[in-house]
Design a protein around this ligand. Structure first.
Ligand code: DMJ
Length: 644
């Protein structure tokens, strides 16, 4: 389904957009004068018509008008009780001559009022026509300013002042140890290289092509220049203390980030990168503009939920609100990892705006999922938003499934562990995943496979490697006090994913790797050998470091950083590579926005102290944007305005 092209300009804009008009101010003024005159004529004709029509109405209709309660507006001085009118608003009929006399008086009164209004409007019209062009222009400008101010007031009304959640540990994070500090400085330098090149070659574009040195975009951003790299990278800049760069990005957002564009975007991607990025920048810096932009964007995503089931479409047109699903998705389905990865950001949007709609939308998704049968206790990746039925029974903790599980756990953490329903869903899902998808290879590597067509595919994606960190993060509070078990599982996944890096020539991980026919943690197909600057393995190293302080995680992180520096760095930024098993790989020429948002941020945090963004006060969204835990004990988010 394609969106019909919208008319580029509205009638009201034509005079300023048409060069013919704009170069002849006299024409424009004449046009405005005559427009005004015509408007006044129409207005006075309308009033005359109403005045006349009143006398053609049957008596009963006239009385009905009073019945609607209009008499209080038109004839304010009549006492309803004295006049035989029930205080509830209905005329008490059947009082003979007295009533008729009263109606005649009412009509006379009304006629006089209309006549007076009519004369006043005509007087005003005459006055206006006496005014000079300049005076009229000034008046129009004043009117315009008033409208603009009213709009602004409306905007700020949307965002009531709220107490900030406790923002702990947002400064510095100096690791102390000079060797670690040196590594951290190196990561900051890499960030600066990525940012400066983006700044120089394609400021405002979504992503950078570091070899071609120009802008790049994919359909997830809808062919519109939305500055994805700026929005996604901003909180990393802040965390790394790159404040001039941060200011630069903020200024771009203030002046240029506009969501009233005719662009069809991915609801999931825009949520995790844009809303997540703006929210994190807001909480870290306290700059209102980020909150306002996040609120504007979130509102634009709401029409995506207009489906028969309330399960949102994958894509929505920001201007028209028309939504649809990816053509490749099974039976027109929405994707689990997409509609299941909105919760954190949407809860924050309700918190910040006082509008419960966001919270209600994501809770509705949860309710829908709870109602459904789950084959083997697993959640399939595809769900049809029209019928509410599963599509193909494929299950994955990697692409198409991954962050749905992550957000169940993080919903619980972000609610200060009060959202026990989310924790229960997470525990049950992980139990089923362990039973049906997690296996040990012959060589002793723990891996997470994918359920497809009734059997387990012994293949793991780079994306799936985030799960090591998730298991460690969810260890505390796990069912039956299996904290040790889940921390161990996290460590095993981290080890497997490290192996997938270590068994390549470039020491960078492939997109997917197998555990089959004697193969262990290596990619087989050519189209699975690429590395596109993804963060998941480093993300898991960071979580494991925070929970265990085993120095190997810092060491593994440093190995990955060095490999990225050596094989992905070019003069124009950082690029993905097409084959991690080749000693002379070709570049894919894309600097992904998540490289700045996630990969470099996790590396930087790996070499920072633990009191920097501590995990009991901050929860990182799936794009590594930190959001504060909300202590919502006194807050109602379920269907009422948020009260604090
Ligand atoms: C990121 O955009 C997010 O981490 C998302 O959850 C899936 N993967 C990409 C980066 O690989």
């Amino acid at each position: 389904m394609t969106t019909p092209a919208l008319l580029p300009i509205s009638g009201r804009r034509i005079p300023t957009l048409n060069p013919g008009f704009s170069s002849f101010p006299h024409h424009r003024a004449t046009l405005r004068l005559s427009e005004k005159f015509i408007l006044l004529l129409i207005l006075s004709a309308f009033i005359t018509l109403c005045f006349g029509a009143f006398f053609f109405l049957p008596d009963s209709s006239k009385h009905k008008r009073f019945d609607l309660g209009l008499e209080d507006v038109l004839i304010p001085h009549i006492d309803p009780i004295k006049e035989g009118k029930h205080p509830g608003g209905h005329i008490i009929h059947g009082q003979g001559g007295h009533d008729e006399h009263r109606h005649r008086e009412d009509e006379e009164h009304l006629r006089n009022k209309i006549r007076a209004d009519h004369e006043r409007v005509l007087e005003e019209a005459k006055e206006k026509l006496k005014k000079s062009r300049e005076e009229l222009r000034a008046e129009i400008q004043t009117e315009k300013n008033k409208v603009a101010q009213d709009l602004k007031k409306k905007d700020s009304k949307l965002l009531p002042p709220i107490p900030m959640p406790k923002l702990v540990g947002i400064q510095d994070g100096d690791p102390g140890d000079p060797d670690v500090k040196e590594k951290r400085d190196k990561i900051r330098e890499m960030m600066k290289h990525a940012w400066d090149n983006y700044r120089q070659y394609c400021w405002g574009h979504n992503e950078l092509k570091p070899l071609a040195k120009k802008g790049h975009s994919t359909n997830i951003f809808g062919n519109s220049q939305m500055g994805a790299t700026i929005v996604d990278a901003l909180d990393s800049l802040y965390i790394m203390g790159l404040r001039d760069e941060f200011k630069d990005g903020q200024e771009w957002i203030e002046k240029n980030l506009d969501f009233s564009v005719n662009a069809e975007v991915s609801v999931f991607e825009v949520n995790i990168r844009f809303i997540g990025g703006l929210l994190a920048s807001y909480y870290l810096s306290g700059q209102e503009v980020f909150k306002v932009k996040a609120a504007q964007l979130a509102e634009k995503l709401l029409p995506a939920f207009n489906t028969p089931t309330g399960i949102p479409w994958a894509m929505v047109n920001l201007k028209s609100g028309v939504g649809r699903n990816w053509g490749w998705a099974s039976a027109g389905s929405s994707i689990l990892s997409e509609f299941g990865t909105l919760h954190m950001e949407f809860v924050h949007m309700s918190y910040l705006t006082g509008n419960p709609a966001y919270y209600n939308k994501v809770m509705h998704i949860r309710k829908q999922l709870q109602k459904m049968d789950r084959p083997n206790g697993l959640y399939p990746n595809y769900l049809n938003p029209r019928t509410g039925r599963w599509g193909q029974h494929h299950t994955s903790v990697g692409g198409l499934g991954d962050s749905f599980y992550e957000y169940l756990l993080k919903a619980w953490l972000m609610s200060d562990k009060t959202d026990t329903e989310a924790r229960k869903m997470y525990d049950e899902a992980i139990e089923a995943i362990e039973k049906h998808l997690i296996r040990k290879s012959n060589g002793g590597l723990t891996f997470i496979g994918e359920w497809k067509n009734g059997h387990l595919e012994r293949k793991m994606g780079h994306l799936t490697c985030f799960a090591g960190g998730m298991f460690a993060l969810g260890a505390d509070g796990s069912k039956g006090d299996k904290a040790g078990h889940y921390l161990q599982l996290g460590a095993e996944i981290a080890h497997t994913c490290h192996e997938s890096y270590d068994r390549t020539v470039l020491k960078l991980g492939p997109e997917a790797f197998k555990f089959d026919s004697g193969l262990e943690a290596v990619a087989v197909r050519q189209n699975e050998k690429y590395y596109i600057l993804r963060p998941e393995v480093i993300e898991t190293y960071w979580y494991m470091w925070r929970f265990t302080h085993d120095p190997k995680y810092r060491q593994w992180g440093w190995e990955a950083a060095q490999a990225i520096e050596k094989y992905c760095r070019v003069s124009g930024g950082f690029s993905g590579v097409k084959d991690v098993y080749s000693s002379s790989p070709t570049f894919d020429d894309v600097q992904q926005s998540f490289f700045l948002a996630e990969t470099l941020k996790y590396l930087y945090l790996l070499f920072s102290s633990d009191d920097f963004l501590p995990l009991d006060s901050w929860v990182f969204n799936t794009e590594a944007h930190p959001l504060p835990v909300l202590h919502l004990a006194n807050t109602t988010l379920s269907g009422n305005r948020v009260t604090r």
